[in-house]
Ligand binder design. Structure first.
Ligand code: FES
Ligand SMILES: [Fe+2]
Length: 336
């Protein structure tokens, strides 16, 4: 059960480059490629003739040529060259094209009704386009349903127990939590006063300060775009360092998820050492700390229907529960 009428992250712009890339999105094989004007396109990754993956074919400027019998398709999915006989092209010879928009250094694909695809529906994330911040990017593959990743991101009380770089002992008990919902947006706010400077923030902190107020405000936009506004604020300095992150989740199948992330910073611009430390620390936390736990959680469930398992609910589950209810409503509305 997926929300289909939504923009899903398909590839970082630099991953696609000028080439072609195959990626499964909501169980559908998709091939991405760019035409010579730089515009990204997404086609169903199966030739209409004998279903050879077009991603096995050749990318020739504005078209992609099937590797099996050579039919060529343009960015709209129309067959524009048939190398056989007189080269007749039946009107039905085309492949499904998905709406694509490129923003925030990301190629977004719309798997639902093409008439509803509106670029304005991408959430506004001003920090991603703010020159005061520089960003590093990453990607991982999660062996679990995307909703378990949303649960993980909306409940940041796991940080003390799973991420030694991100919190110190007693953080969960010291944290004040509150949750808000506005339409299809859920926000989870975590505040801690006078928290020891975490390992992650030490990367950006230039003096020997020992503690500061920590905030982590997670914003979830249905179905699976998350933005975390986080920083350690010191009143004595210029507002303190901030390390906002984005988390773009795209179901690959019912049991696997593409997880794209980016981490920004308001200090140390152009410093390659800071960039690589931030890249490593973030990728490492998601890939070696969160992902194995999310996968293990799934191994103890008999389906992706969390509520069918009658989970114990704690106050900080409010955000995750709200998100699941919204997703249920969206899927039901689409299906009717
Ligand atoms: S399968 Fe693509 S041209 Fe035959
Ligand atoms: Fe985590």
């Amino acid at each position: 059960m997926f929300v289909r009428n939504a923009w899903y992250a398909a590839a970082w712009s630099h991953e696609l480059g000028d080439g072609q890339l195959a990626r499964t999105i909501l169980t559908e094989p998709v091939v991405l490629f760019r035409t010579s004007d730089g515009v990204a396109h997404a086609l169903h990754d199966a030739c209409p003739h004998r279903f050879a993956p077009l991603s096995m074919g050749k990318h020739k400027g504005d078209r992609i040529a099937c590797a099996y019998h050579g039919l060529e398709f343009d960015g709209s999915g129309r067959c524009i060259h048939n190398p056989h006989g007189k080269g007749a092209i039946p009107a039905s010879l085309s492949v499904r094209a998905y709406p694509v928009v490129e923003r925030y250094d990301m190629v977004w694909v719309w798997p639902g009704d093409i008439n509803q695809a509106d670029p304005a529906q991408l959430p506004q994330i001003p920090r991603l386009e703010d020159d005061a911040f520089s960003w590093v990017h990453g990607r991982l593959h999660v062996e679990a349903d995307y909703q378990l990743v949303i649960d993980n991101l909306l409940d940041l009380t796991h940080v003390e127990f799973m991420h030694p770089m991100l919190a110190s002992e007693g953080n969960a008990a010291r944290t004040k939590f509150r949750c808000e919902q506005e339409g299809d947006i859920v926000r989870a706010f975590y505040d801690v006063s006078d928290e020891p400077i975490t390992g992650l923030f030490q990367i950006l902190w230039e003096n020997n300060r020992k503690s500061a107020d920590l905030h982590a405000y997670m914003h979830w936009h249905a179905p699976s775009i998350l933005y975390l506004d986080t920083g350690m604020v010191s009143n004595e300095e210029d507002g303190g360092p901030k390390i906002p992150t984005v988390h773009f989740l795209t179901p690959e199948t019912a049991e696997t998820t593409h997880y794209f992330w980016a981490a920004g910073r308001n200090r140390g611009h152009g410093n390659e050492q800071v960039s690589s430390m931030l890249q490593f620390a973030t990728q490492n936390a998601f890939e070696t700390e969160d992902e194995p736990m999310i996968r293990a959680v799934r191994s103890r469930m008999h389906s992706n229907d969390l509520f069918a398992h009658k989970p114990a609910l704690l106050p900080m589950d409010e955000a995750g529960v709200r998100a699941r209810r919204i997703l249920e409503q969206r899927v039901t509305a689409e299906q009717s």
